[in-house]
Design a protein around this ligand. Structure first.
Ligand SMILES: *Cc1c(COP(=O)(O)O)cnc(C)c1O
Length: 469
């Protein structure tokens, strides 16, 4: 034990001015706790002969250094902002949609204080939180009513529990799919207490297949957008309008899991998107079209092509939405005030025709190739002048987020030469500014499409630093 005798008393250490400064920043309790841990670590090391005993002053300096480093590491938040240089616009692992300025401002206003979340300001009586999206959802989708939940998985489970529990839901065998981590349509159905009634085949299902399966046990027809895979060849799937006509004839609601939240071109100026982006988006079903074509309920995410905060939105017939709002599960999957604020502001950007400029996801899809190319070329010039070997090369961005599988948009990449692309990628992830990029053809590729223009400087600086690591 004698080797550990050089360790000063904790009370002495706590009196040192450096430690006092740390206590002001992190709190005395936290500092004492961390200091106790550092002292016992050093004691163990000294006893095991893993550290040099040295003098009391040396031990004190070492402990204070270690304490400062440990406390600094805990101040660094676990969830950090990241520069997305992957070119995947809706990147689920990177948090999906970056939010618009208006959405963030609304979230800040409502989040920083109190709000009329459940107060009717006319009467002063208890109100309903659902009302805050009524008008914005109606204007954005054309549906009579709507409701927000925590995400689409929750929204569909809730909707089916409310309208189909204990009864049958008809679905095509081609749509019994897995959408993404843990979202399997048959399991969602089971979770809601509905019974699955499969019709058709994996590759072909016709309106007549649905019609033949409708009975007095039928509670709904479910249609799921195959958002993350593509089926080619001998395939058939009815148009939504044709399926809706059958559903209406038999008095059965048609529920569509649309997924992406693409609202449709009606809310944009004619030339809001370059031709390729326009072509890609035109292959995505639009919520407004589903509502117009007779879907009784449409479910979609708030944080994919809608470009808002995480949420699952259900829009459609007022009577169904009323039933859903009254179901006990509603309380379990409802969203908070900040989400309402962000969703309302985001929907308003679409309904006032500003989405292609103001909603980042839309803006990234609407970026003209020339603008991206100019940014890539400028980045190459800068990096080269900092001694980084790189070149600009045409490439492809993807929409991502389980939307528009296989669809790409033309972009210009910055391709960085390095002896070890894997090591460079890791260094980019671990710097003060975190950059997530990808490797193609043995080079680290940076796609300006998904990098906010304001971040170009930080990106260039981070690449420069990472090249030296
Ligand atoms: C993304 C997606 C979901 C899941 O949405 P979350 O909001 O992430 O729960 C469900 N269905 C479809 C068709 C999707 O594209």
């Amino acid at each position: 034990m004698s080797r550990a005798r050089v360790i000063p008393a904790v009370d002495h250490l706590l009196g040192l001015s450096e430690v006092q400064a740390l206590a002001t920043m992190h709190g005395t309790r936290r500092v004492r706790q961390a200091l106790d841990a550092e002292v016992s670590r050093l004691r163990t090391e000294l006893v095991a002969g893993q550290a040099e005993a040295g003098t009391r002053e040396f031990a004190a300096t070492l402990l204070v250094e270690r304490l400062a480093a440990t406390l600094a590491a805990t101040r660094d938040p676990s969830l950090k902002a990241v520069i997305n240089a992957t070119g995947v616009v809706i990147h689920t692992n990177l948090g999906r949609a970056p939010l618009s300025r208006d959405a963030l401002a609304a979230m800040h206003r409502v989040g920083a204080g109190y709000s009329n979340l459940e107060v009717d300001l006319q009467t002063g009586q208890r109100g309903s939180r659902h009302v805050h999206l009524d008008a914005a959802l109606r204007d954005a989708t054309g549906a009579d009513a709507g409701v927000a939940t925590n995400n689409t998985a929750a929204g569909l489970t809730l909707a089916l529990a409310a309208i189909a529990s204990g009864r049958e839901v008809i679905i095509s065998r081609g749509e019994l799919v897995e959408i993404g981590g843990g979202f399997r349509v048959p399991e969602i159905l089971r979770g809601s207490g509905a019974h699955l009634r499969e019709v058709g085949t994996t590759n072909r299902t016709r309106v007549a297949d649905y019609a033949a399966a409708i009975s007095d046990r039928t509670a709904a027809i479910l249609r799921v957008h195959p958002s993350n895979f593509r089926m080619d060849g001998f395939t058939e799937r009815p148009a939504l309008a044709d399926l809706a006509a059958v559903a209406t004839r038999f008095g059965v609601p048609l529920v569509e899991d649309q997924g992406s939240g693409w609202l449709g071109f009606d809310l944009f100026a004619a030339d809001a998107f370059p031709p390729q982006a326009r072509a890609v988006l035109s292959r995505e079903p639009a919520v407004r079209d589903s509502v117009r074509d007779g879907a009784a309920l449409v479910a979609f995410s708030g944080d994919k092509l809608l470009g808002g905060p995480q949420a699952g939105l259900l829009v459609g017939r007022a009577d169904l939405v009323a039933t859903i709002r009254q179901h006990p599960l509603m309380r379990a999957v409802r969203v908070d005030k900040v989400t309402y604020a962000g969703l309302e502001a985001t929907l308003r950007a679409f309904t006032s025709g500003r989405a292609a400029d103001d909603v980042p996801v839309m803006r990234m899809l609407a970026l003209p190739f020339d603008v991206i190319a100019a940014r890539a070329d400028a980045m190459v010039t800068r990096l080269r002048s900092a001694g980084v070997a790189c070149e600009a090369a045409d490439g492809a961005s993807t929409v991502g987020g389980g939307s528009l599988p296989g669809e790409t948009l033309p972009t210009r990449l910055v391709r960085v030469e390095s002896t070890s692309p894997d090591r460079l990628l890791a260094a980019l992830r671990q710097g003060r500014t975190v950059v997530v990029a990808r490797i193609a053809d043995d080079r680290v590729c940076l796609d300006p499409r998904t990098v906010a223009e304001d971040d170009d400087d930080a990106l260039a600086a981070t690449v420069g630093i990472a090249m030296q690591a």
